[in-house]
Design a binder for this molecule. Structure first.
Ligand code: ATP
Ligand code: MG
Ligand code: MG
Length: 377
């Protein structure tokens, strides 16, 4: 089967790597260059988007910020999963909030802002501090502001206004800053028949808005059950097909949704070795109409992001059950260049592996590993 992925980054690449043994051949459409490429080799195909759509049995996406005309073309083909509506909900926080309310899933209280008076309403209704996010742009914590002091409102409003004025469709949400104990996420797949397969909830650490460390195998049954409930409500509301990720704030054992991602997700990369069928395989299976694979935890696992580095230190491979995943992209400061997965028979042993890895991975570039190691051992 030929499958077209909208987006030609590392997520499309990792789909292609698991697609090949399933006889699913993946080509990627780079929405920036408008080229159809092989997501592993970078080979450029002499194909227009229309031709690539015609030659593909299925179409999916690796990210949510896709031009509306591209989405519409794919939707019209009848081959696109999870489809235009789901992608739009992931790419627009106003639509996402409406979906969450409709599905009855709790999330951070918010006020939608398109003019100055709305910001004042947010300050009085939600109380400071506020997390302010552009609705139609942003990933890795970009396109956000924090308002802690009312005296800074004018200055932040000037920046917000600049974004709003770029496009009449633009909007911004102000969210209450949630005093969470930790951040967790759930990744699951839903097939064409409505069957779901959900991975164990992952605990995530962000540094300056970017995911730096994920650990699977740390949550209790109550948290897992809340995540499964939210997943089922949202995936069913969207009649979703493929992998869907949901990020949560854990506040005293109660989960509040932060955001959803209608795609495979960085916090699910550990499934490449912590589960029998990884998120990329389950996404490709679901979109292709194949049965879903096993999502149970094989071993406690952790994923460390490699941000802005030119290479992964080779010594990490000397640690048992450690694998490195390199994306082959040009180096830029802070850019996601690759990740390291590590698994062990139990959490204590995982902590010992992380302690050894911390010797090779300096805290400044790879924050939080030593602290997690200490917590687990
Ligand atoms: P991603 O790369 O995950 O798509 P993003 O740019 O869409 O990121 P968010 O996930 O919305 O951004 O926010 C980034 C981080 O900022 C969150 O993981 C969390 O640490 C913090 N954050 C976001 N919203 C809130 C909130 N309402 N209260 C407290 N912290 C928040
Ligand atoms: Mg996001
Ligand atoms: Mg996020």
């Amino acid at each position: 089967m030929n499958m077209l992925v909208l987006g030609a980054g590392q997520l499309a690449r990792m789909m292609a790597l698991v697609g090949a043994p399933l006889d699913i051949h993946i080509r990627a459409y780079d929405v920036g260059s408008k080229q159809v490429v092989h997501p592993v080799t970078g080979e450029i195909y002499e194909l227009t988007l229309e031709q690539a759509i015609a030659q593909s049995e299925r179409i999916t996406a690796e990210f949510e910020h896709i031009p509306a005309d591209v989405l519409a073309l794919c939707e019209q083909s009848g081959k696109f999963f999870p489809g235009e509506e789901a992608i739009a909900c992931g790419g627009d926080r106003a639509k996402e909030k409406a979906l969450l309310e409709h599905a009855g899933v709790p999330s951070a209280p918010y006020v939608l802002v398109t003019e100055r008076s709305h910001l004042d309403k947010a300050i009085s209704e939600l109380a400071l501090p506020l997390v302010i996010k552009t609705c139609q742009a942003g990933y890795d914590g970009k396109g956000q502001w924090r308002l802690k002091d009312a005296a800074d409102a004018d200055q932040i409003w000037a920046q917000m206004r600049e974004f709003l004025e770029k496009d009449s469709e633009h909007s911004i949400i102000c969210e209450k800053m949630i005093p969470f104990d930790r951040e967790v996420s759930v990744i699951g797949a839903r097939d064409h028949m409505g069957n779901v397969a959900i991975y164990p909830v992952t605990e995530n650490e962000h540094t300056n808005g970017v995911l730096t460390l994920s650990v699977a195998g740390l949550v209790n049954d109550s948290v897992q059950q809340q995540a499964i409930d939210a997943y089922s409500k949202l995936a069913n509301a969207l009649n979703y097909v493929g992998v869907l990720a949901i990020e949560f704030f854990d506040v005293d054992g109660q989960l509040l949704v932060n955001e959803i991602a209608p795609r495979v997700h960085n916090s699910g990369h550990w499934t490449q070795q912590g589960a029998y069928s990884c998120q990329f395989e389950n996404h490709v299976r679901a979109v292709a109409g194949l049965p879903l694979g096993d999502t149970a935890l094989l071993r406690p696992s952790a994923m460390i992001n490699v941000l802005g580095q030119a290479a992964i230190p080779a010594e990490v491979l000397s640690v048992a059950q450690t694998r490195s995943h390199w994306y082959g992209k040009g180096v830029k400061p802070g850019r996601k260049m690759g990740h390291i997965n590590v698994s062990a028979d139990n959490l204590h042993a995982l902590g010992e592996c992380l302690a050894t890895l911390a010797e090779y991975l300096p805290e400044e570039q790879y924050p939080g590993i030593a602290a997690m190691a200490q917590r687990l051992t």
